[in-house]
Design a protein around this ligand. Structure first.
Ligand code: GLA
Length: 715
């Protein structure tokens, strides 16, 4: 009885608060998201944007739209949730019940708002986690019910946001294999724009799971109002942008409900993935830095720890290697000064040895012919040489030409009565099946148990789900896309629990998996199989809007004809690695690479943990420039690239950013080929921060594929 009274009092206080001048406020240092309960008991969003300081004004805020619009009532546009009740009634009307804000840790607070249908026992909880210092808000919903029969969910958004601006400009990120994260901006006018994927096992390939929305005017790097949003879901996602006749915009984000109606049992909770967003009224650069800081501190696995530089053998050998060759490459890694040798695809399977990508996937034992003494010998050799050993796996997949497929066709997603269609000659294992989850976990666990010296995994996933039918789910096929991703997270969680300190790279035929839920389990991702340095400038540029340099692996390879210096400089903008036979390089190139690795390690805290400033866009000129400023401000590194400038092009000085105008800085060009002299007039000179940021320095030329790295030291 006492408890009941307390709950009631609590509830009343909540209602008093929200019905009075105090809206439900979800705020960070610079961003605000406000709700209010209407006289009808329903919840409305009143604001999202730059934090408002004058609380006496909040009462004037108009209702922008219902917080989580349900189907079947009076709204004629995209809804957040669509439900069919057990009795066949297809409507839902959600009313505010209560809300609660909890401090999760310093500067991180979670607000949960409970909504309930007034006729059916269906609850929706809206969760918001606000990261004050990073200006990030994460939101997801939870749907549950106590009806007698199951209900069917047809739509189940993670988030619904309402905006009211004069104009909207949407930047989408699209691409294809080896051509990821291309940006294009277009205005949103009346009607709907949908960004979605149906790839099943990954979010990214043709369309990336993130967007930028500029309000009123197209935002620039350092000016304009902009909302950055992304979804943490390693599968089908959907963002719907709908402009109504009043020019109001709603953004509905979540799992793509395509072919995924979900039967929700009484008492079961359906948790949607997290939609993560930030808002900046100082342009895109600030919004990116918000994401970078938040990711390093809260989301990315080991986001605040250091990273391993490495030499990978994929582009150096492809499938063509044996023990002796690998040991020689390990020697090259030692000479190069990197921390680790990473063995890529091609080391496993015996009945159908993995000599190419048409067979062997699924049979995770060393190929005896190539590696007679197994992985153990390689780990031992690496250890003797003082470097770490990492290994490639692709545990969710199977080639039809494999023992696994022969033994366990019931574990394979395939249609029982049709021919199979392959993507890179392979099929996807059915991760909705707990037995398959055990198998996939076992791929890592068995290797770690047998060879505890393994220090790193590169986890690949080359195929989207094709032939879409789960032998395990039987009559619940519409749950497959969801259960696949849930199954994947269960496996990744088990690995994280058992091997908390194991760094892993997330790869998916290049950048197929680049979402923040997966990145909880991975220290970095592989942005693209395209390692041509010019292409990489654009690809890394695109990803940099959402992901910190620390999360992106970038390798120097022999793809592309640019100089070794240019290729290395491009890779040093992210987490540096090599994927090349360094013994084949000229001696001066080898020396250059060694020195570059040394520079990278010396400057790691600036390059991977510093604030990133995009200074010149390769999409807007024939040059690119990016700068990283270490937290203390003492060290910065400037990267400049001439890509394909016109003959005798006139270049303006480049203005830097992130420095203290009152301080003095010394500039020094680094990462030079042995014996080369700097041609930059700013080399070895001192400037004030004011000069560097207001007047700028000449760094660009009209030569093709020329790059410079300039270390900037506070005096
Ligand atoms: C994918 C990855 C590559 C490489 C190959 C191996 O394409 O993106 O980096 O690991 O698989 O087959």
């Amino acid at each position: 009885m006492k408890i009941k009274c307390l709950v009631l009092i609590n509830l009343c206080i909540c209602l008093l608060n929200v019905n009075g001048q105090n809206a439900i406020q979800i705020t960070t240092d610079n961003v605000g998201l406000f709700y209010r309960v209407g006289d009808n008991g329903r919840l409305y969003q009143t604001y999202v944007g730059k934090k408002l300081e004058h609380s006496q004004d909040f009462v004037h805020l108009p209702n922008l739209g219902e917080a989580y619009i349900a189907n079947g009532m009076e709204d004629f546009f995209e809804s957040a949730i669509r439900v069919l009740h057990g009795d066949g009634n297809p409507s839902l009307l959600l009313k505010y019940v209560s809300h609660e804000t909890k401090q999760l840790q310093q500067d991180v607070a979670e607000t949960v708002i409970l909504l309930r249908d007034d006729k059916y026992p269906v609850d929706v909880k809206l969760h918001f986690t606000a990261y004050s210092k990073e200006d990030i808000i994460k939101t997801h919903s939870e749907i549950t019910h106590r009806e007698k029969k199951p209900i069917t969910l047809y739509n189940y958004a993670s988030s619904m946001l309402h905006l009211n601006a004069g104009n909207y400009y949407l930047t989408e990120f699209s691409g294809d294999w080896a051509h990821e994260a291309n940006m294009s901006e277009s205005p949103l006018t009346f009607g709907k724009k949908v960004l979605d994927t149906k790839l099943g096992s990954r979010a990214n390939l043709y369309c990336s799971p993130f967007f930028i929305l500029s309000l009123n005017e197209s935002a620039r790097e350092n000016s304009g109002d902009v909302l950055f949003g992304t979804i943490g879901w390693t599968g089908n996602f959907r963002f719907t942008f709908e402009v109504d006749p009043e020019n109001k915009l709603r953004i509905v984000s979540g799992i793509n409900p395509f072919a995924s109606e979900y039967t929700l049992q009484p008492g079961e909770t359906f948790r949607t993935p997290e939609f993560i967003f930030t808002y900046s009224s100082e342009g895109k650069g600030k919004a990116s830095r918000n994401f970078h800081k938040w990711a390093r501190k809260f989301q990315l696995k080991d986001g605040e720890k250091t990273r391993l530089t490495l030499l990978n053998n994929w582009e150096a050998t492809y499938f063509n290697f044996n023990e002796e060759k690998l040991i020689t490459i390990m020697d090259e890694a030692v000479k190069l000064g990197v921390d680790m040798f990473l063995l890529d695809d091609g080391w496993f399977a015996n009945k159908y040895p993995r000599g190419n990508d048409r067979q062997g996937l699924g049979d995770w034992e060393e190929t005896k012919e190539k590696l007679p003494l197994g992985i153990g010998k390689l780990v031992e050799e690496a250890t003797k040489k003082g470097i770490k050993f990492g290994i490639w796996i692709e545990p969710e997949m199977v080639n039809p030409k494999s023992e696994l497929y022969e033994k366990h066709k019931d574990w394979v997603i395939h249609l029982p009565n049709r021919d199979e269609y392959y993507f890179r000659n392979q099929l996807v294992l059915d991760l909705s099946n707990p037995a398959v989850q055990n198998f996939v976990f076992g791929v890592v666990d068995n290797l770690m148990t047998k060879y505890p010296g393994i220090a790193y995994f590169k986890w690949d996933c080359n195929s989207p789900i094709t032939n879409i039918y789960s032998p395990y789910l039987k009559d619940k096929q519409s749950h497959l896309y969801i259960e696949y991703v849930r199954g994947l997270y269960k496996v990744l969680e088990r690995i994280k629990q058992k091997y908390p300190d194991l760094p892993m790279m997330l790869c998916s035929g290049g950048g197929g998996r680049t979402d923040y839920e997966a990145l909880k389990y991975f220290t970095e991702f592989w942005p693209s199989d395209n390692t041509n340095a010019v292409e990489r400038i654009f690809i890394q540029w695109g990803y940099s809007y959402f992901f910190p340099s620390k999360s992106m692996a970038a390798h120097v390879t022999s793809s592309g004809w640019q100089s070794m210096k240019f290729r290395t400089d491009v890779a040093m903008m992210c987490k540096l690695g090599f994927d090349i036979r360094t013994n084949n390089l000229k001696p001066e190139e080898q020396q250059f690479c060694r020195e570059a690795v040394g520079n990278f390690k010396r400057l790691e805290s600036t390059l991977l943990d510093g604030d990133m400033y995009r200074l010149a866009s390769p999409c807007e000129s024939d040059h690119a420039a990016v700068m990283y400023v270490e937290e203390s401000g003492k060290t910065s590194v400037l990267f400049t690239f001439d890509i394909h400038p016109r003959h005798a092009e006139r270049n303006q000085p480049l203005r830097l950013a992130g420095l203290n105008p009152k301080k003095e800085y010394e500039l020094k060009e680094i990462n030079m080929m042995p014996g080369a002299r700097s041609r930059l007039s700013c080399n070895n000179k001192k400037y004030s921060g004011e000069y560097l940021m207001t007047v700028g320095i000449p760094v660009f030329s009209s030569n093709h594929t020329v790059s410079h790295l300039i270390e900037i030291t506070e005096m």
